[in-house]
Write a protein that binds this ligand. Structure first.
Ligand code: TPP
Ligand code: MG
Length: 219
C-alpha cells in the first residue's frame, strides 16, 4: 500500500531524529563508523516504523519478522532505531562502545533485546538469514495479497548487507542456497554505496554487473 505524503514526512522526520542520535553516539564514543550508519538511517526507519511486524515490548514474539544486520559495523543505526522504536531507552545509546555497555561496536545477540544475530565479520548475515527463512517459510500466509509478503503474522526475513560483503565467498553460497530453495520470504537489501575501507569497490574487486549475478542465481 503506497504511503501518503504525510506518512512519508513522518518517517523522514523520524529518520532525521535517528541520525541526530547516531551523531551524538559517535561523538560520545569518540570513535565508530559514520557513513554506513548515517546512510542507512532511512532504510532502518522504514523497516522499524513501517515494514516489520514486530513488538518492542516482546522482542522474542515468535510471529515477528526478522531483520538480520549482516554488516555489523553499522550497528549505531540499528541501536538508535531500536531505541527510538521502544526496545530500550534512548539515553542508553550514549554508552556506545563503553566498557560493559550492551551497545558494543558490533551487535551481540544475547546482550540487547531486538537483535536477531551477532555480526561484525563481514559476509555471514545472508547465510544466517537464509537459514531462518527456510525454517520459517511454512508459516507464510498463502492468502496474503501476493502470496507471501505482508502475511498476517509476519515471519518474513530481511537481511541488510553492504556492497563490500559481495566480495565474500560466503555471501554467494547463501545466494545459491536461497535460489535453490526459492526462499520467497527472504529479502536482501544492499547498501550499494560503492565504497569500502580500501577505496572504491570497483577498483578493489569489481562487483558489476551485480544485479545480473543475483538473477543468474535465481533471485
Ligand atoms: C571478514 C571481515 N573483514 C574485514 C572487516 C573489517 N571491515 C569492517 S567495515 C569494512 C568496510 C567494508 O566496506 P563495506 O562492507 O562496503 O561497508 P561500508 O564502509 O560501505 O559501510 C571492513 C573491511 C570485517 N569486519 N570483516
Ligand atoms: Mg560499502
Amino acid at each position: 500500500m503506497p504511503l501518503t505524503d504525510e506518512q512519508v514526512r513522518t518517517l523522514e522526520r523520524r529518520a532525521m531524529t535517528i541520525r541526530e542520535t547516531i551523531i551524538r553516539m559517535l561523538v560520545a564514543a569518540e570513535s565508530g563508523h559514520t557513513a554506513g550508519p548515517l546512510g542507512m538511517a532511512d532504510i532502518l526507519t522504514a523497516f522499524y516504523f513501517h515494514i516489520l511486524h514486530h513488538d518492542a515490548k516482546h522482542p522474542d514474539w515468535e510471529e515477528r519478522d526478522r531483520l538480520v544486520l549482516s554488516n555489523g559495523h553499522i550497528a549505531p543505526v540499528l541501536y538508535a532505531t531500536l531505541a527510538h522504536a521502544g526496545y530500550f531507552g534512548v539515553e542508553e545509546c550514549l554508552t556506545l562502545r563503553q566498557f560493559g555497555s550492551r551497545l558494543q561496536g558490533h551487535p551481540e545477540r544475547l546482550r540487547l533485546p531486538g537483535l536477531e544475530t551477532t555480526s561484525g565479520p563481514l559476509g555471514e548475515g545472508l547465510a544466517q538469514a537464509a537459514g531462518m527463512a527456510l525454517a520459517l517459510r511454512d508459516f507464510v500466509n498463502p492468502s496474503s495479497d501476493d502470496g507471501f509478503t505482508k502475511s498476517k503474522h509476519g515471519r518474513r526475513v530481511y537481511c541488510l548487507m553492504s556492497d563490500g560483503e559481495q566480495q565474500e565467498g560466503n555471501t554467494w553460497e547463501a545466494v545459491m542456497f536461497a535460489g535453490k530453495n526459492k526462499l520467497q520470504n527472504l529479502t536482501a537489501v544492499m547498501d550499494r554505496n560503492n565504497i569500502q575501507i580500501d577505496g572504491n569497490t570497483e577498483d578493489v574487486m569489481p562487483l558489476e554487473p551485480l544485479a545480473d549475478k543475483y538473477r543468474a542465481f535465481n533471485w
